[in-house]
Structures are given as C-alpha cells and as structure tokens.
Design a protein. Structure first.
Length: 445
C-alpha cells in the first residue's frame, strides 16, 4: 500500500504562519523580471531549499523571447509646489509595472493620458502592466485623479529596462519513482495578497510538508513569473515534461470564497478526479469547472503540444472578485483560515494520488469470512484500527483488478481515506494484492 499516511487534520496555525509569510513578502515590488522577484525567492530560501535559475534576456523560449530586465528605484508625480501627489514609496502599485524611465514636466491633460484609475471603485488603486510594449504611466485612485487641479506636474519614473535575466525558483523532492507531481505558482505580482502571494505561501508550506514525508511521487515546485515563466520552464525542460503525471497551479487560494477547481484540458485525468473527490468530502460548497484556455499557467502546461494533466486550484477564481488586481487585494483580504483550508485540500489531494492503487481480491468467490480474520473486531473497535464495514465490503467487491481505490471511492460515495484504510487492513490480512495505479513505485504487496 501507499507509504503516505492518511491526510492529516491541519492545525489552523499553519494558516497563521502562511499569512505571516504573505505579510513579509507584501511590500516587495515584484515583476516578471528584476530584483523584486529575486528578493522574493531569496526570502523563500529561508523556508525551503530553492534552486534559483537565471535565463538571459533575448533567449528564445518556444514562440517567445525572454524580455529585458526591469528594475525600479523610485517614482512620483509632483505638483508645482514640489509636493508628491502620487508616490511610489506609498504603494508600489502606483507605477505602471514595466514603465520605461521618464523625467519630464507635463500638463494635467498629458498626465491624465498616462493615468489608470477605477471610476467604479474610486478609493482603490488598479494594477496595470506594460510588459511587452514600451510605455510609462501611473496608477492611482480615481479620487486622487479627480482632485488634481490644473497645474504643471513633474513626472519621474526612475527605472531601468535593460538586458538582464528572467529568474525563477525550483525545488525538486525526489520520491520512490521518477513520476512527478508538479505544483506551480506565479510569484511576479507586486503588493497583491490573494492573486499571487497566497499561492506562493501555499506552495512553500506544501513543500515543507512533503519534505518531511516519505512519498512515492517526485514533487516539483515552481515559483515563476506568470506566462513567460512557465513558457521558459517548458522550453528548458523538454526531457522532464514526460515525467509529469499530475499537476496543480495554485492561485487566489486565500480569500473567503469556496474552493474552485478548473479541470485540466483532458477533463478526466486522475488529478481532476482526485481534486473533485476531495472537495466532496466533507460536504462544503465548491465548484468544479471545465478547462478553458484562459487564466493562469495551466493554459501553458495544457497547451496541445504538452497536454499535461494540470488543473488550477483557487478559492474565488480568476477575476471573479472585485478586489482582483487592485490595492484592495491586501493583507485583510486573505484569511488564515482560508489558507489553512486550501492547504488541507492540497494535502488530501496528494494523499489520494499517493494512495491510489488497483487491487485484486484473493478470495473472490463469495464474501470472505471477516470474523476469523479479526476484521469484525475493527468495526467499532480500537480507534487506531476502526474501519467502516461498508468500506470493507465495497473494496472486496470491486477489487477485481480493473477498479482503482479512487474508482471505488467514487462509486461507493465514501471518502477515499476510508476506502484506503479498509484496503490496508484487507491487504494486511492477505485478502488483497495491490499495485500503485500508475504501475510504478509504492510498497510491494
């Protein structure tokens, strides 16, 4: 049977610890390249042993090219009295991310042409980017913009956009088989907690947990800039790609909404079934959505030339909450309890993948006598061996070499943990012979 224990009950302290990591990373001005992304990865190295990769600007990666590196030191808009009316030091969202350097004096009308606001949310700062087209601009609240009088304004963006590198972090935790579970998150957004840092914190703490466990699969954790990061990784890892059997992209996993899962392009991959099963036990609101080629990096992993079994796990999905890509996606928007619940969901999913096996009943003619094998003593017996009688009977009946434990859990309506525990006891009594579902790794029967 699998070497991984039944999915643990997660202490909510882990949610508090993840929230503290988010708070630590929140002030850093990140982008798809540059020192902010490097600093973020350096901070994560205090938690997990990341390998940091640098890919030179101009490198061809699939149909893309690694862009020039962007860094920023300061930015502001000053009125004629020398007062900063827009100040990067107050919020790193105030600058159009990837703005080219600028230092000039402009009229209010010209300034307005380079400003981005949210009229429907007049107190929030929007997040806007210009990664692949040279531009400059400022993001500010609509209230700020409306309050600016006619004047001459000094605009300064003290940035650089020059040949450099794209940086990403990677952690590979070898298992008993070379088959891999991929966990990917984007680490490129500046001060936004749910869309960005919640996934970073969750992936970090999942990696810490997996490090401490014996596991059948090899786990690969990627901390990458969105889109260009996954494309770069795929281009540089053609030999690794076939080993990826299951994958999750983690994004927006810290808000108060219910869990949402977007299926892989395949639609019925084992990861798709495993996550859907976990979300049904216990019964809480959730939604499983079909794949669409729009969203996060799952669309790169699921592109037709790769078609990997990679889905996306979120709470409130991409762009469905008003705080998305705004200053309102702050430390108060993400909740320790939600982070802890997302953590537990991922661990339970790993548990299903690690423990999914196909078994054969060694005594298939009629129901074997459970009493003389001590199995009835486990029904309502000691807590450490207590088992659901229905789970025992389902496992015995469907263990015909064609049904996996996940198949049995889905058909019976019982939680995977109950089915696997029953299978473990039956195997220990010589009534089952089991083999990992993918045919590799795991403990021999």
């Amino acid at each position: 049977m699998s070497t991984t224990a039944v999915a643990p009950v997660v202490d909510e302290d882990v949610g508090t610890a993840m929230h503290a990591l988010i708070a630590e990373l929140y002030p850093i001005c990140r982008s798809i390249t540059g020192d902010g992304l490097r600093e973020t990865l350096r901070r994560l190295e205090a938690y997990i042993p990341l390998t940091i990769h640098e890919v030179a600007s101009g490198t061809k990666v699939l149909d893309w090219t690694v862009p020039r590196e962007w860094n920023i030191r300061d930015a502001y808009v000053k009125n004629s009295r020398g007062e900063r009316v827009v100040d990067f030091r107050r919020s790193n969202l105030h600058v159009l991310n990837y703005s080219v350097p600028v230092r000039r004096t402009v009229s209010l009308a010209e300034l307005r042409a380079h400003c981005f606001t949210l009229p429907e949310r007049p107190d929030w700062i929007p997040y806007r980017t210009s990664y692949y087209e040279e531009a400059w601009g400022f993001c500010l609240t609509h209230g700020q913009l409306q309050a600016l009088p006619e004047d001459e304004y000094e605009v300064v963006i003290d940035s650089t956009l020059v040949p450099g590198h794209l940086t990403y972090g990677e952690l590979v935790l070898p298992g008993e088989t070379s088959d891999e579970i991929l966990v990917s998150c984007h680490a490129c957004h500046p001060s936004m907690c749910n869309d960005n840092l919640s996934g970073v914190a969750l992936a970090t703490f999942l990696a810490r947990h997996v490090q401490r466990q014996r596991h059948r699969y090899t786990y690969r954790f990627l901390f990458i800039p969105g889109t260009i990061g996954s494309i770069t990784w795929l281009a540089r890892n053609e030999a690794v790609v076939p080993r990826i059997k299951h994958g999750l992209v983690l994004a927006s996993v810290g808000d108060a909404g219910p869990m949402h899962y977007k299926r892989s392009r395949r639609g019925d991959a084992e990861i798709d079934r495993a996550v859907a099963h976990v979300l049904r036990h216990p019964a809480q609101p959730f939604e499983v959505m079909d794949f669409t080629p729009y969203g996060y990096d799952e669309r790169q992993y699921c592109s037709p030339g790769y078609d990997l079994a990679v889905g996306c796990l979120s709470r409130t999905p991409y762009a469905r909450y008003p705080e998305y890509h705004t200053s309102a996606d702050d430390l108060d928007f993400v909740r320790p309890q939600s982070l802890a619940d997302s953590y537990a969901t991922c661990l339970a999913t790993f548990d299903v993948l690690e423990g999914n096996e196909t078994c054969v009943n060694t005594n298939p003619r009629g129901e074997p006598q459970l009493g003389r094998r001590g199995l009835y003593e486990t029904i309502g017996g000691r807590a450490e061996e207590r088992v659901n009688e229905t789970a025992l009977l389902w496992v015995l009946n469907l263990s015909d070499g064609r049904s996996s434990l996940l198949d049995i859990a889905e058909r019976s309506g019982l939680a995977f943990a109950a089915i696997r525990h029953a299978a473990t006891l039956l195997q220990d009594r010589g009534l089952l012979i089991c083999q990992p579902e993918d045919g590799g790794g795991g403990r021999s029967p």
